[in-house]
Design a protein around this ligand. Structure first.
Ligand SMILES: NC(=O)c1ccc[n+]([C@@H]2O[C@H](COP(=O)([O-])OP(=O)(O)OC[C@H]3O[C@@H](n4cnc5c(N)ncnc54)[C@H](OP(=O)(O)O)[C@@H]3O)[C@@H](O)[C@H]2O)c1
Length: 425
């Protein structure tokens, strides 16, 4: 066995702590299997006095992250601080010093990934980030390596555990969005300010990273169209169920006519689709490829140990590559047009509150027809003030459906457009 690989870990929180514990627990097995002795040389934190729950040898803990990066005896850097700064500067310095970097920082990669990948490429060292998307689920390496020759058509992911938990409770227990959110907060699945999760920002950052890797393109968080789940009602969920669907928050990336569509929104998924059975806070990513056909990856998308497991896999890979003098590459990320949401094509579910009198159906159908949105199924239900029309369209263009909605709102026989949901096929 050669010299130990000296590892500098920046951050010892929810993920950094379990990573240190895994390295302590699994170190001998990893050495036996890989010939690599991974030594925790330094752990940088913000507060030196905080209780960590892991035992560290004297002198390993420090509050000077830059000193860890610049220590010439440290071979590999693991960044688990999160956020943009100081993570961006620290990773840049590490790469400039030709040190491989492992990170789980989706926010940073979704905004500055291309710049950091260029730096890693120039330095000829690894920048690995399996933990940044779908936590413990191996996704980035399969996309980058196993599927390197595949023409990927579309990737659909349930990549946010908080929202999947909330939607699962609404579906299975019939509770309201507010009650399900409060429950998720009390269980620690949702933050006190849940905006990043429930409005789709977190899933959007992950969608940008998935699109970059799946299509070798420069896609940033700002390119992602996103809608969250805060407007989903018990009625939407109940209608979806009756029509044979389950409502999920999806990250969808697709390549159409040399442009990349990348969006996050709630959608109705057929109950028979593998993603429909992904419950609670679990994540799953469904990949549609030309030759491989359909694949699904399923598991824990967050949590200290699952995420630390993904970081550890990357750390072993980066250390082995360092010893061999090689590095993994994601190749060149091309500048590719982003397909506007207006051009997205899918089926739609529409729920309209209408007047209960003759001629309503003809007036409503006329608006659909004018915008070339063709109706696949229609149900009429309720009487008087409760009268509703529920439509599922054939595949239509988003801009045409939005124009239909605008005109429907102007019809005096339509009291209210209750909801619109995209339907995945
Ligand atoms: N948690 C998950 O389930 C999960 C899943 C996937 C990806 N990730 C990603 O993994 C990364 C880490 O997440 P986390 O949940 O472990 O975060 P966390 O619990 O907030 O831990 C952050 C750690 O960074 C330290 N830190 C903050 N600023 C620092 C600075 N300037 N210098 C040195 N250390 C500093 C903190 O020190 P103190 O402890 O002293 O405050 C803490 O130990 C994030 O990028 C996150 O997006 C997390």
């Amino acid at each position: 066995m050669g010299q130990p690989v000296r590892v500098g870990i920046l951050g010892c929180g929810n993920v950094g702590g379990p990573l240190v514990e895994l390295l302590q627990r699994r170190g001998d097995d990893i050495a036996a299997r890989t010939g690599l002795q991974l030594e925790v040389a330094a752990v940088a934190v913000r507060s030196a006095s905080k209780e960590r729950g892991v035992e560290l040898p004297h002198g390993v803990l420090t509050t000077d992250a830059a000193a860890v990066v610049n220590d010439p005896t440290i071979d590999v850097i693991v960044e688990l601080i999160g956020g943009i700064e100081p993570a961006r500067s620290l990773i840049t310095q590490a790469l400039e010093a030709r040190k491989p970097v492992v990170t789980g920082n989706k926010e940073l990669l979704a905004n500055f990934g291309a710049e950091l990948f260029d730096n890693a490429h120039l330095a000829g060292v690894d920048l690995l980030f399996e933990a940044a998307v779908a936590g413990g689920i191996p996704l980035i390496r399969p996309l980058r390596e196993s599927l390197a020759g595949e023409r990927i058509r579309r990737v659909i992911g349930i990549v946010n555990g908080t929202t999947n938990y909330i939607l699962t409770r609404m579906t299975e227990e019939g509770v309201s969005y507010g009650d399900a959110l409060a429950e998720a907060q009390s269980l620690g699945y949702a933050e006190r300010d849940p905006t990043a999760d429930v409005e789709g920002f977190d899933a959007g950052a992950k969608a940008a990273i998935i699109a970059s890797i799946a299509f070798g393109a420069r896609v940033v968080a700002g390119d992602v169209y996103h809608e969250g789940i805060s407007g989903i009602t018990e009625a939407d969920i109940a209608y979806a169920r009756r029509l044979g669907y389950v409502v999920k928050l999806l990250a969808i990336v697709e390549s159409v006519d040399n442009a990349i569509g990348v969006r996050v929104h709630p959608a109705m998924v057929p109950a028979s689709h593998p993603l429909a059975s992904v419950r609670e806070s679990y994540n799953a990513v469904f990949i549609e490829g030309e030759a491989v056909e359909n694949l699904m990856f399923y598991g824990r998308g967050a949590g200290g140990f699952p995420t630390a497991s993904a970081v550890l896999g990357d750390l072993i890979d980066a250390s082995a590559n360092l010893r061999k003098g090689s590095s993994a590459t994601i190749g060149t990320l091309a500048v590719t047009p982003i397909r506007p949401i207006d051009d997205a094509m899918c089926e739609y579910y529409l729920n309209l509150e209408v007047a209960d009198r003759p001629g309503v159906l003809a007036a409503v159908a006329g608006v659909f027809g004018r915008h070339e949105v063709s109706i696949r199924t229609m149900e009429q239900e309720g009487l008087g003030d409760e009268a509703r029309l529920i439509f599922i369209t054939h595949v239509a263009r988003e801009a045409d459906v939005q124009a239909t909605l605008r005109d429907l709102r102007d019809l005096d026989v339509v009291d209210r457009v209750v909801s619109l949901l995209r339907v995945i096929s």
